[in-house]
Design a protein around this ligand. Structure first.
Ligand SMILES: [Zn+2]
Length: 307
């Protein structure tokens, strides 16, 4: 490994690296800031190995690392998380997407109890999480700064877990619940009540979801409207759902989805924008966003003949 620093004044000297007057004779003496810059260039597996080089490197990496992805781990991810989470307490982004199910409740509980700064967590395909929702309750209790959570295909997740999440993580902006087949309207109602910044929600294949969930989103939009106008001075337009996937939620009816579309103008069914996705819901083809209605009006407008 070669290191070179700024201009012509620095270079690799005999037995060390020279940085404008500072000679580093041992790897362990590399300044923390520089070490973090270097490890940011290597993959996460190498970075974890680097944290084991010496106590100095371990302390520097553990206290400075904010992003970590362990999706490359095909075996033993659960144990790896159990050993790393208590050390990497400054993590803001943690990606634990799995191909082969590995993560269990205890790993997620360990993450929640040590990584309180987490903002972005990907737990997709954690099939092994139990139906007791222990994992999500731990996140709800400890990770109040969470903004983005992917629970795609965590099929044991239930309403108890999503409710804890909604109450404990009011800053939640993006939530993927696709394939969480056990959740019902209660989950969406809790999110609508407690997470006013929710901008993206995926409910793909959540077959228990009905109109009740859609109307709760509409009602809370109305409720928050006045409050937000006051507190955010016109930033209201930036809030609210911008992306919703209700594909395969076949119990939902057109009036409920149309009400949703009318309340959240950023939800589009038109091609090109398509931020309201409802494929597989054949009964919802009559639902249209504002632009489709507008285009229809323009097309059917017959001007008076000019005389
Ligand atoms: Zn549109």
């Amino acid at each position: 490994m070669m290191l070179a620093f700024g201009g012509g004044k620095s270079g690799i000297g005999e037995g060390g690296v020279k940085i404008v007057g500072l000679v580093i004779t041992e790897w362990k003496d590399i300044p923390m800031e520089l070490l973090l810059r270097i490890v940011s260039l290597v993959d996460d597996r190498t970075m974890i190995m680097a944290s084991g080089v010496c106590s100095g490197w371990r302390d520097a990496i553990c206290s400075g690392l904010t992003h970590l992805c362990l999706s490359w781990c095909k075996n033993n991810m659960n144990n790896l998380v159990l050993s790393l989470a208590p050390k990497f307490t400054k993590l803001q982004t943690l990606v634990l997407r799995q191909d082969k199910p590995q993560l269990e409740d205890n790993a997620v509980e360990t993450i929640a109890s040590h990584c309180h700064d987490l903002q972005d967590l990907d737990l997709s395909k954690s099939f092994k999480l139990s139906a007791t929702d222990r994992a999500l309750q731990a996140i709800g209790r400890n990770c109040s700064q969470l903004q983005s959570l992917n629970l795609g295909w965590c099929e044991n997740v239930g309403d108890v877990g999503v409710r804890s999440l909604a109450y404990g993580c009011p800053d939640l902006r993006t939530l993927d619940l696709c394939g969480c087949v056990c959740i019902t309207d209660d989950s969406v109602i809790a999110l609508a009540n407690s997470c006013p910044h929710l901008g993206s929600l995926c409910l793909y294949y959540c077959r228990n979801i009905t109109d009740r969930a859609m109307y709760s989103l509409v009602e809370n939009r109305m409720k928050n409207k006045a409050a937000m106008w006051k507190s955010m001075e016109g930033r209201y337009g930036e809030e609210g759902l911008k992306s919703l996937n209700i594909s395969q939620c076949t119990a939902i009816t057109p009036p409920a989805v149309q009400a949703l579309c009318d309340s959240f103008p950023a939800l589009h069914t038109c091609s090109g924008r398509h931020s309201l996705v409802m494929s597989g819901c054949l009964n919802l083809t009559s639902v249209h966003c504002a632009c489709v209605v507008q285009a229809h009006r323009t097309a059917s407008y017959i001007p008076y003949p000019a005389h």
